[in-house]
Design a protein around this ligand. Structure first.
Ligand code: 13P
Length: 253
C-alpha cells in the first residue's frame, strides 16, 4: 500500500472567501505532518483561489475537484473539462460519488468515461462505489460493489489502475452519523481489493489505495485506518471544520 490518503469532500459548501480562510488555517495546523497525504476538494468556484493559497503556504495539501465531464472541450453548457482542472492545479478528481449517481443520473458507463478522461489528463481519479441501505439489507452488497467496480474501471491497463484511489462509501453511512463498523468496512474494502486483483493483477491491486467514506470523524478514524485494506478516508461533514479535519488527519498517522 502507498501513503494513506485523507481527502475532504466539501460538497456544495463554502464560498471562495470561506474556502481560502479554511485552507490557510488548515495549512498552519498540519504543517510538518508527514506520512499521510492530505487532499481538499472544494466546489469548482473555489478551486483556483484555494490552489493559489495552498501554493503560497507550500502546504503539501493537494487539491481535488468533485466532478468533471469527459470531453476535452465543446458545447456542453455547464460542464468542466479535465484539462481545465489540471490547469488550475488539481491533482485529484472525485468521480462517481453516490450523490452524482443518485441526483444526476451517473451510471457506471458514465463514470468509466470520466475515469479514462481523467487519466489522459494526468488527474488521479478517486472512484466512489457503495451500496444503498436496501441493497445491504437484501444481502446484495457484494454484487452491487462488483458491478460498480467492474463497470467504472473497465478497459484500464494494470499500470493505470495501480495509480487509482477507490473510495468505498456505503450510501447509508453518508451524512447519517451511522458509520460502518471497522470490520464491515474492512470486509468490503478487502472484497474490492480482490476484484482489483482479478481485473489487474496482484501488483496493481496492492498499489491501489482504497478509502472508506461515510460519517468518518476524529473518534473513529484510528480504528478504521488500522484495518489492513483501508488506506484512507473520504470525509464529508467532518472535513468542513478545521478542528475535526485536522483531528482525522492526525488520527490517521
Ligand atoms: P460524510 O462524511 O458527511 O458522511 O460524507 C461522506 C462522503 O460522502 C464523502 O464523499
Amino acid at each position: 500500500m502507498g501513503v494513506p490518503i485523507i481527502a475532504g469532500n466539501w460538497k456544495m459548501f463554502k464560498t471562495v472567501g470561506e474556502a481560502v480562510n479554511f485552507v490557510s488555517e488548515l495549512a498552519g495546523r498540519v504543517a510538518g505532518i508527514e506520512g499521510v497525504e492530505m487532499v481538499v476538494c472544494p466546489p469548482f468556484t473555489a478551486l483556483a483561489a484555494v490552489a493559489g493559497q495552498l501554493r503560497d503556504h507550500g502546504s503539501g495539501i493537494a487539491l481535488g475537484a468533485q466532478n468533471m465531464y469527459w470531453e476535452d472541450e465543446g458545447a456542453y453548457t455547464g460542464e468542466v473539462a479535465p484539462g481545465m482542472l489540471k490547469e488550475i492545479g488539481c491533482r485529484y478528481v472525485i468521480l462517481g460519488h453516490s450523490e452524482r449517481r443518485q441526483y444526476f443520473g451517473e451510471t457506471d458507463a458514465v463514470v468509466n468515461k470520466k475515469v479514462h478522461a481523467a487519466l489522459v489528463h494526468d488527474l488521479i481519479p478517486i472512484v466512489c462505489v457503495g451500496e444503498r441501505l436496501e441493497e445491504r439489507e437484501s444481502g446484495t452488497t457484494e454484487e452491487v460493489v462488483r458491478r460498480q467496480v467492474e463497470g467504472s474501471l473497465a478497459g484500464l491497463t494494470a499500470r493505470q489502475a495501480a495509480g487509482l484511489v477507490v473510495a468505498y462509501e456505503p450510501v447509508w453511512a453518508i451524512g447519517t452519523g451511522r458509520t460502518a463498523s471497522a470490520a464491515d468496512a474492512q470486509q468490503v474494502n478487502r472484497f474490492i481489493r480482490g476484484l482489483l486483483r482479478n481485473m489487474f493483477g496482484e501488483i496493481a491491486a496492492q498499489a491501489v489505495r482504497i478509502q472508506y467514506g461515510g460519517s468518518v470523524k476524529p473518534g473513529n478514524t484510528a480504528e478504521l485506518m488500522a484495518q489492513p485494506d483501508i488506506d484512507g478516508a473520504l470525509v464529508g461533514g467532518a472535513s468542513l471544520e478545521v478542528d475535526s479535519f485536522t483531528g482525522i488527519i492526525k488520527n490517521a498517522l
